[in-house]
Write a protein that binds this ligand. Sequence first.
Ligand code: AMX
Length: 435
Amino acid sequence: MTTLKEKLFEKIQEWRPRTEKLVKEHGDFKIGEVTIAQAIGGMRGVKCLTTDISYLDPNEGIRFRGHTIPDVLAKLPKVKNGDMPAVEGFFYLLLTGDFPTQEEIKEVSDEFNKRQHVPMYVFDVLRAMPRDTHPMTMFSAAVLAMQRESVFIKKYHGGMSKMDYWDPTYEDALNLLAKLPQIAAYIYRMKYRADTIIPPDTSLDMGGNFAHMMGIPKPYDDVARLYFILHSDHESGNVSAHTGHLIASALSDIYYSISGLLDGLAGPLHGLANEEVLRWIQGVMDHMGGKIPTEEEMKKFVWDTLKSGQVVPGYGHAVLRKTDPRYMAQREFCLKHLPDDPIFKYVDMLYKVVPPILEEQGKAKNPWPNVDAQSGVIQWYYGLREYEFYTVLFGIGRALGVCANIIWDRALGYPIERPKSLTTAMLEDLVKQKK
Ligand code: AMX
């Protein structure tokens, strides 16, 4: 057993009594109320999920295992010859809550490398799809095609104690996560680089190997590491994380769950927003004839977007009420590596112009930028100019967080999810009775 798996098992055994005690002794304790607006309005703010992997404070942003993004980036050991931590070390933190040593990171990296071989039929599935298929459809299909590899399902059919569910789920998670960068890079090179596939280099860490297979030189390896870490988790109520958790709650395996989360992530209000942001900014650039607009010109463009009934992509959030720290981490990267890039200058100006306009318009509850307002710019700068691929990168990151969540869901015995629906007439009757 690896140190990671051993440590995880220790943590699981320590944690189980806490969950059991809460349910047994305090199961009736009320933690909130639900209004009609919430029941009709996408369950905003309803406290009905539990996860210890990350917590999203509306004003502070995400904390992974209690640590802010700047803390995580500062405290996790960095890769050799890079400024960013290894994604493998971050996954260790998500699973155990502890910062790993370099040796522990190396062990996880070796595990990933052992498991990175992608079965040939996955490439056959991808090749059978029309080349203009959206890369998210390809990515989701490739993951789903591998469902036959699930260790969990084989063990489940062989008969297994509920207490052991987490173990084959962990095996499935590592097997899948190790393969995602290669599948993503394969889709990219097949679709957009004339089918010139670059084989993996297993001497590299996950981020380094991904940059290598994409064929993009340094510091893109650091971009990949930062990107995967920032996009990993945003507590469990967002569409992709919740979808992954919901599917897994039926004891469907990791392959079904991650394929499903990718489908949710592909929506324009969620993971596709980073693609929309860049398309929109380039629309602004075209409109301005390529020159950097004045603040007044930019304000007019933003108002025109709103008046035409569209949202300003990359701004607003269902939970956050301040600038997203994931936006800030990427902004710092841009200020260091691409301060004079014209698209970054647009993004920078939008940061000044958009929040006061959204405030004045008075609709969006959060006028500040989210993660997607920055991420496409960095990808574009390093030569990844096919916007539709950006959500695939988000998907690799999000899979890390959701896999960690699902392993813990199984360890703590979370049951199948089943919220209750009411009819419109029932809601109307409830209001009448109250009157
Ligand atoms: N531009 C214009 N209007 C906006 C807006 C924006 N960026 N954000 C919210 N609004 C509008 C909503 O459309 C809604 O209008 P309506 O009452 O006419 O339907 C109103 O403000 C209230 O919405 P809200 O409660 O503030 O937001 P929400 O929780 O319903 O939606 C989100 C959140 C992110 C979908 C929304 O802010 C949005 O559409 N933003 C632009 C797309 C985007 O950046 N998505 C990425 C989010 C991060 C991610 O998941 N990757």
